[in-house]
Design a binder for this molecule. Structure first.
Ligand code: 26Q
Length: 820
């Protein structure tokens, strides 16, 4: 019953612990406790277990001195923690019993927790999955990020259908999952001036200093004591920062400077792709990289090893270009503070860092104006210029006189003002560069990094296909399916949750009618769970006997939610054209959208407005509402995804070929037995390779055609009416006001009528054709269920455990290690 170092985990002890937290930590009475209080007490009780495991793991790392990896990400989209912690600790059944005995339902308590939504979308959620996999595989990996006071905004839908944004005060109720570390603080400097000394050194002084304080979040591994750390920094004014103003009686000024320090970590930027040139964003990036590197350096120095061994103990993964300032910052530390000669320092730096690219869209490549950098970080600007010299000399040596090549590869883009190309800096300052799916990595080599491939050779540029954690995205979000798989394979869940390739065992049951029936029943119950959720949160009634067709992701033109909504309108018009008898043969379908648009992204916001208003008309049409329903679910989040994904029959991943680096929700849907309709893009391709093309619905032009088509559109435009009459009809119906004031949508419609950069007119026909094939396939329900089973069975590759193994072995050179 009692373990040496652990807590007692029998039910009476758990109950005692929960009640103890109610009385002491919360200072409440057990008899008039509400769900929120009960959640908080249960969370604190679970946290006690995590803290002990965390301490033991960290002590072990300190003693054993393994090489460690650090994942630097400005975004960690964690979602809720309690359920995940209970599952990873293996304590869910016991807490369930204990909480029932206390007169509550665990399910209700889980719903009390707010999402930790410190991310925009795929990139942030990927970081969260990678932390789960690292801890589960007992790898010494820490995450470093920012503790934003406000996460991604809350999305509301206005009466006219447009998106409104409200702040996300996720820390409103105490956050039991973080531990403030009052003693772990660093000073971070901004502005001031940098004076060069000899030996490439400099002294940076003056300006302002703010304080970074650590908050630690425990990351439990699955079925292991190993518990890693996610360290998030909060900005604070330095003690005594305001003494002068206070003494002078200038309180306003004192408060102002205090506020400006706190502002750095106040809010997550809600833009994915674009919005550069904002000083506060650059401040966030430097504040975070400086604090993280200072912390990493302190830990390394505690080892007492010579500085030349830094890369033998430290690997740092840069999640996109957002942490690229870590490269000049580590140079500054080595050269200015540790007296390492410049060339030796550059060797150490380039052996420490690794860079993951997440986009090839040219407009999304990060750039910063030189004057802004010069003012905010004068020493780093010098270092960036000095690194530019390195580039110039190696390029000049290999390609003498090739001025154009040099201009393309330089860290500085000429112009007024000049800009710093962060992707170029990230490339030359790192050991390896990777893309996030095979096609994407190939495009990285062929487009944005082409010149660097010529310079360094191709081996620096490789691929790590993204993955998702099967703990959250199968067991936690779909326990019924997880149980069915376990009983069918006669394997404990832990076996396939730790080795997802074990799902292949399901193939031999795909033709078994009894199993098919159970499989279909799970999907049905998940559809009902979603319908229930939508009923209670939005008051809407969804037809659970319909096919559920889902597109949930950030709103972006390249993701083509517009293609989907135009397809829905087309379906609606087709239904209206039918006689009642003809309609009766149509399989009912529910189309679900969810996703946020960047607050300043006008066309994306207009797309939401169109979806909402089309939904109003369609859902109210007595002729068609039994055959087609359309919903836009507001405020998409990790928690909403956990309910939506298991309920989907088919999901849409329909980006213009070559634009979606990977996608990760595609993997989540397929793992949960949903089929996929999509373009030949990102990880869709590898999913099809695994599950077989007969089990996915592909459509649209391929990547190599895209460039030519765009060229044609530019120089030989053909009106939509000619190119794609069915789409033209849809556009005209919207224009004519069939879904409310048509004029409102003109700017959106014009993106299609005019340049059509994302090629809707080129792909519309084959899209409609693919949806027709989906309908036909769904008619043969047994065949459909077989496809669904076979899809889940072949998802082994997409576990984030595989991806993290790849990083650990091929990049970081770290090994599993655990206490005892
Ligand atoms: C950069 C500078 C200034 C402001 C904002 C940003 C910014 C913020 C977030 C730029 C990009 C992002 C997020 C990008 C993202 O989520 N990319 C997605 O990454 C996933 C994980 O690799 C892929 O699956 C998706 O294909 C990719 O779109």
């Amino acid at each position: 019953k009692t373990s040496m170092r652990g807590l007692d985990t029998d039910i009476p002890s758990i109950t005692k612990s929960i009640v103890g937290h109610v009385q002491t930590s919360l200072a409440q009475q057990a008899h008039n406790l509400d769900d929120l209080g009960a959640y908080q007490a249960a969370a604190l009780s679970v946290r006690d277990n995590l803290i002990l495991n965390w301490n033991e793991t960290q002590m072990h790392y300190t003693r054993k001195e393994p090489k460690r990896a650090y994942y630097l990400s400005l975004e960690f989209l964690m979602g809720r923690t309690l359920d995940n912690a209970l599952l990873n600790l293996g304590l869910k059944p016991k807490y369930d019993d204990s909480i029932s005995q206390l007169g509550f339902r665990l399910e209700d308590l889980l719903e009390q927790e707010r999402d930790a939504a410190l991310g925009n979308g795929g990139l942030g959620r990927l970081a969260a999955c990678y932390l789960d996999s690292s801890a589960s595989q007992e790898l010494p990996v820490w995450g470093y990020g920012l503790r934003y006071k406000y996460g991604i905004f809350q999305q509301l839908i206005a009466p006219d259908g447009s998106q409104l944004e409200a702040p996300d005060p996720w820390l409103e109720h105490d956050n039991p999952w973080e531990l403030p570390r009052l003693d772990v603080t660093y000073e971070v400097r901004f502005y001031g001036h940098s004076e060069r000394l000899d030996n490439m050194k400099a002294v940076w002084s003056g300006g302002q200093e703010v304080l970074a304080m650590a908050y630690d979040t425990m990351i439990p591994g699955y079925e292991t004591k190993s518990t890693n750390n996610l360290r998030l920094w909060e900005s604070k004014p330095k003690r005594g920062f305001d003494l002068q103003s206070f003494n002078a009686g200038d309180y306003e000024r004192a408060v102002e400077s205090s506020n400006s320090a706190a502002a750095i970590t106040s809010v997550l930027y809600p833009n994915d792709h674009t919005t550069f040139g904002k000083e506060l964003r650059l401040k966030q990036q430097y504040f975070w990289t400086a604090a993280s590197l200072a912390d990493i350096m302190r830990r390394f120095k505690n080892l007492g090893k010579p500085i030349s061994e830094f890369p033998d103990y430290v690997a740092i993964q840069l999640n996109d270009t957002h942490p690229t300032l870590a490269i000049p910052e580590l140079m500054r530390i080595f050269v200015d503070e540790e007296d390492v000669p410049w060339d030796a320092a550059w060797q150490l730096v380039t052996n420490t860092f690794f860079f993951t690219n997440h986009t090839v869209l040219p407009e999304a490549l990060e750039k910063w104006p030189v004057p802004l950098m010069q003012n905010l970080l004068p020493r780093h600007m010098q270092i960036i210029f000095d690194i530019t010299e390195i580039v110039v000399s190696v390029v000049e040596k290999k390609f003498p006189g090739d001025r154009e090549r040099l201009a393309r590869m330089s860290l500085i883009e000429e112009g007024y003002p000049q800009n710093i190309r962060m992707a170029n800096l990230a490339c030359i300052g790192t050991r390896k560069v990777n893309g996030v799916a095979e096609l994407h990595s190939e495009l990285v080599r062929l487009t944005i990094m082409k010149d660097f491939v010529d310079l360094y050779g191709v081996s620096k540029f490789s691929n790590v296909t993204n993955g998702i954690t099967p703990r959250r995205w199968l067991d936690q979000c779909n326990p019924r399916l997880s149980n069915l798989i376990s009983e069918t394979l006669k394997l404990p869940k832990a076996v396939f949750l730790k080795d997802l390739y074990k799902l292949e065992g399901l193939l031999q049951f795909a033709d078994d009618p009894a199993f098919q029936k159970k499989w279909a029943a799970v999907k049905q119950s998940n559809k009902e769970r979603l319908a229930q959720h939508v009923q209670t949160t939005l008051g809407l009634k969804i037809n659970t006997h319909a096919m559920f067709d889902v597109q949930i992701k950030r709103l972006h033109e390249y993701k083509r939610q517009t293609l989907n909504i135009m397809g829905v309108i087309h379906r609606y018009l087709t239904l209206k054209d039918m006689t009642p008898a003809e309609r009766k043969k149509v399989n009912p379908k529910v189309v679900l959208f969810a996703g946020k648009a960047a607050p300043g992204y006008y066309v994306a916001k207009l797309t939401i407005r169109l979806i909402v208003n089309v939904a109003r008309i369609i859902n109210a049409d007595a002729d068609t509402k039994d055959y087609l329903q359309l919903y836009f679910l507001p405020d998409y989040s990790v928690s909403l995804a956990e309910v939506l994904i298991p309920a989907s029959d088919i999901s849409q991943h329909i980006s213009t070929a070559g634009t979606e680096a990977s996608g990760t929700s595609n993997m989540k849907f397929c793992l949960n037995g949903g089929l996929l309709v999509g373009t030949v893009d990102g990880a869709n391709i590898e999913i099809a390779e695994e599950v077989g093309e007969q089990n996915v619905f592909f459509f649209g032009h391929l990547t190599p055609a895209v460039e030519d088509l765009r060229y044609k559109h530019m120089y030989h435009p053909v009106p939509v009416e000619q190119k794609c009459p069915p789409l033209a009809r849809v556009l005209n119906e919207v224009s004519a006001g069939r879904f409310g004031d048509g004029g409102v949508y003109e700017p959106l419609l014009n993106t299609i009528r005019q340049h059509d950069y994302y090629l809707l007119t080129e792909d519309f026909d084959s899209y409609i054709q693919a949806l027709k094939l989906v309908d036909e396939a769904y008619q043969d329900r047994t065949e459909w269920i077989k496809k669904s089973i076979r899809t889940t069975a072949k998802m082994g590759k997409f576990s984030s455990d595989r991806a993290i193994q790849d990083y650990a072995q091929e990049y970081w050179n770290i090994e599993s290690t655990k206490p005892e």
